[in-house]
Design a binder for this molecule. Structure first.
Ligand SMILES: [Zn+2]
Length: 313
């Protein structure tokens, strides 16, 4: 797949993206987030609309207030409620009084948007497009930019720098395929994603993402020809990841594929393997990394890794 790279963006300032659109890159770089979350600032008649306040980081909130300068921050839109997008929302709202807009059914139980959006809702010249898959509450936002044309804030559904993780149960591979196909039916000329640089001719990448998943699905089915397998064993066999965060992501994606195939009646789920080990992602892990993994994630990794699937008879 042809993903884009960029040189490390300058921190603490708003970078010009397109006429009327700037971005501030949050200070949360990682193997999952590239240089960090993109927070977009869109200038409008009544002030700034912000897409994705970003992670819970006081410095990032300060960076955004500084970037806004004299323009009032009028509203905060969320593509989805993962912490690297939602985290700064409460603090930014407290500092600005802006209203928060998000999908009608947020995936985070403790969060409620002030204004509930549906597929097709419009706000400040942006049209919400419900694109579940990476997250059930994921919205993309379509916008017209004079001189550029139709653009789409694609969040983490389609990112310019990497494929997305689809982590069940909130992430759903059936939805993810449908949401990619939905974008293929649109005619946006540019995507601005939650991480990574501006993407032109975005449907080329959407097609590649879709065929990549179809190939992955075929390799999973081929691997199961040899006999039933656990999720952990399949992830190990098909992804060869060493970084523990990428190992976790690989396993989530394999499980998402298997649940899609089960939904389609092509595989069946068997009794899980017995789980004997203490929740430990990887015995080779440096102790400081092992400590940084939340126990709930470690337990999920262990238990979902032990789930077994076989080809349907
Ligand atoms: Zn993200």
């Amino acid at each position: 797949m042809t993903f884009l790279t960029e040189t490390e963006p300058k921190r603490g300032i708003a970078l010009d993206v397109l006429p009327g659109i700037r971005r501030v890159v949050a200070r949360n770089p990682s193997v999952m987030t590239y240089f960090g979350t993109n927070t977009y600032l869109i200038s409008g008649d009544d002030g700034l609309t912000i897409i994705d306040p970003g992670p819970d980081d006081d410095q990032h909130v300060q960076d955004l207030l500084k970037a806004a300068a004299a323009e009032p921050i009028t509203r905060l839109l969320l593509t989805h409620t993962h912490s690297d997008h939602l985290g700064a929302t409460a603090k930014l709202q407290a500092a600005t009084g802006a209203r928060v807009y998000g999908y009608r059914h947020p995936a985070k139980a403790e969060f409620e948007p002030d204004v509930k959006l549906d597929d097709g809702s419009t706000v400040a010249g942006l049209t919400a497009v419900h694109t579940p898959g990476h997250a059930a509450d994921h919205l993309s936002f379509a916008h017209h930019v004079p001189g550029t044309g139709e653009i789409l804030f694609s969040g983490d559904h389609v990112m310019s720098w990497s494929s997305s993780i689809v982590s069940p149960p909130d992430g759903d591979m059936v939805d993810y395929y449908k949401s990619l196909e939905l974008l293929l039916g649109r005619h946006d000329t540019v995507y601005l994603s939650g991480h990574g640089p501006l993407l032109r001719q975005p449907r080329d990448l959407v097609r590649q993402l879709l065929s990549h998943r179809q190939r992955r699905e075929a390799t999973i089915l081929a691997a199961l020809q040899a006999g039933q397998s656990s999720v952990a064993a399949l992830a190990e066999q098909l992804y060869h990841k060493t970084d523990y965060r990428l190992k976790i992501a690989a396993q989530r994606n394999v499980l998402a594929h298997l649940l899609k195939l089960a939904h389609e009646g092509r595989v069946v789920q068997l009794e899980p393997e017995d789980v004997f080990a203490e929740p430990c992602i990887n015995e080779d892990l440096p102790p400081e990394d092992a400590k940084s993994i939340k126990p709930a994630i470690a337990a999920m990794f262990l238990h979902d890794g032990a789930r077994r699937f076989a080809l349907a008879a």
